[in-house]
Design a protein around this ligand. Structure first.
Ligand code: MN
Length: 229
């Protein structure tokens, strides 16, 4: 008989390609990590460094049917590559970052752009724009051998079969080792952490009935379709 006063929530997990489940601890995200996306949002990449924000683990959605999120009239897709960690630590040097990586997945950082615009205007936090239910879409995680860095490769997002985002991982402003080094200076990273590495240009809205698909070279695609709430 446990001491919990009600049943604790189930462990959030993401399927691993080839079998097994990756248990999710925390979700970190990089914003403004592709120069052409910074420009489309009205910023100058020379003046605007990348930023970190977080989503709760229970925002994970592993693809398939999604009920349209609450409280937004302007839900945006952001196709991203996701790093999954098998270990961590604080103050991880860039040269040591790769050995903490379990694998990679294609994902989508869903954003309530209307609520983010209000937050930006008021210099307030982004939480309600970014930490929405189902807001961390992720496909199956592909295991990679130790010290494999996904430094290049095509990243594409389509809506209803039409390409909306088309870029390359080599265009990230902060590389994977730099992201891990910087993030681990702010938070102690641990096994089970996911890191969304930022979106390229071409972000835009999703509406009920849309089918959204994210593809990253060498990884399993992820697809989800919006149905009415
Ligand atoms: Mn993003």
């Amino acid at each position: 008989m446990s001491d919990f006063v009600f049943a604790p929530p189930a462990q959030i997990a993401v399927p691993v390609k080839g079998g097994g489940l990756f248990p999710v601890r925390r979700i970190f995200c990089v914003g403004k990590n592709y120069a052409d996306h910074v420009k489309e949002m009205g910023g100058d990449p020379k003046d605007v460094p990348p930023v970190f924000f977080t989503k709760p683990a229970d925002a994970v959605h592993t693809g398939g049917v999604m009920r349209f999120p609450l409280a937004t009239d302007n839900l945006h897709y952001e196709g991203e590559m996701v790093v999954a960690l098998k270990s961590g630590g604080a103050h991880i040097p860039e040269a040591d970052a790769a050995r903490h990586i379990f694998g990679y997945a294609a994902g989508c950082d869903l954003t309530r752009r209307d609520l983010q615009a209000v937050a930006k205007e008021k210099s307030g936090p982004w939480d309600i724009a970014k930490a929405l239910d189902d807001g961390a879409v992720i496909g199956p995680i592909s295991r990679y051998e130790e010290n494999t860095l996904l430094n290049s490769g095509a990243i594409n997002l389509s809506v209803n079969g039409e390409t909306r985002q088309k870029s390359d991982l080599s265009l990230m402003i902060w590389s994977i080792p730099e992201i891990i080094a910087r993030l681990s200076g702010l938070f102690t990273l641990k096994a089970g952490d996911l890191i969304y590495t930022g979106t390229p240009e071409g972000v835009g809205p999703l509406v009920t009935g849309d089918m959204c698909r994210v593809e990253v070279d060498g990884l399993e695609p992820v697809e989800f379709n919006m149905v009415a709430r």
